[in-house]
Design a protein around this ligand. Sequence first.
Ligand SMILES: NC(=O)c1ccc[n+]([C@@H]2O[C@H](COP(=O)([O-])OP(=O)(O)OC[C@H]3O[C@@H](n4cnc5c(N)ncnc54)[C@H](OP(=O)(O)O)[C@@H]3O)[C@@H](O)[C@H]2O)c1
Length: 268
Amino acid sequence: MPEFCVTGGTGFIAAYLVKALLDKGHTVRTTVRNPDDLEKVGYLTKFSGDKERLKILKADLLVEGSFDEAVTGVDGVFHTASPVIVPYDNNIQATLIDPCIKGTQNVLNSCIKANVKRVVLTSSCSSIRYRDDVQQVSPLNESHWSEPEYCKRHNLWYAYAKTLGEREAWRIAKESGIDLVVVNPSFVVGPLLAPQPASTLLMILGIIKGLKGDYPNKGKDRWRNTERNARHAMTYRRQFNIAKREEETEIDEYEEEDTTDLMRHRPV
Ligand SMILES: NC(=O)c1ccc[n+]([C@@H]2O[C@H](COP(=O)([O-])OP(=O)(O)OC[C@H]3O[C@@H](n4cnc5c(N)ncnc54)[C@H](OP(=O)(O)O)[C@@H]3O)[C@@H](O)[C@H]2O)c1
């Protein structure tokens, strides 16, 4: 059975990925910033198969070489770790942009050193839909990119960081020959596996509770419902299966109504 690494194991999407991979019998490594923070990390040890097949390793996006141990010897890496909702203040470079872009570089460089066969990066539809011509272009697809200048003008720093982070991933993949697949999800919400809501869920709760104003209409948005998260995880696995030509029948049920995610299979 192939072994996988999922970065950012405390994250909402990563939790579903780790669980889905364990459920399918894979051995999984996941990275977290602080393995001793049991309040945050402890839920991972409740998944079926965790004792035999789950390793939790420490890694930080901003530390070069931090992911070396986690990716050495695995067949594939799902890179999901990234800051998502952070305050847009004077620290935005350090709190959002650097972890997103340099973090992607660090993870991919560790993968190159370890000769990892395939990397699946969770980018975002934010790296597609913020463009001056957005109202004229329909539908948007994987050939479209958000424009960094547009993002800067509108203070869309998450979109800015995700766009440059993904561009950087494609650059490294092209230069190194690493096999990269990128998933560009829209909003992903649903039942929590982790004890505390993070990122998008907090934002939506804020809107529902009236703590935030209306959601700004700055592009074309799509909201994904909960159960699709499982499909998201299967979509990732399918990317491996296409390459490995195995287990395809097991995931047919997920292929029928395949996901609103966009996927980039090659640099565009
Ligand atoms: N949820 C969505 O609607 C959505 C939509 C499109 C794309 N995405 C993308 O999907 C991925 C996962 O999103 P999510 O919603 O699951 O986010 P999340 O729940 O907020 O999780 C983010 C993860 O990234 C980790 N992280 C943040 N900064 C880090 C750093 N400097 N070093 C190491 N780890 C760090 C966090 O670790 P800590 O717990 O230590 O902070 C956490 O595990 C992200 O790349 C996001 O951009 C999400």
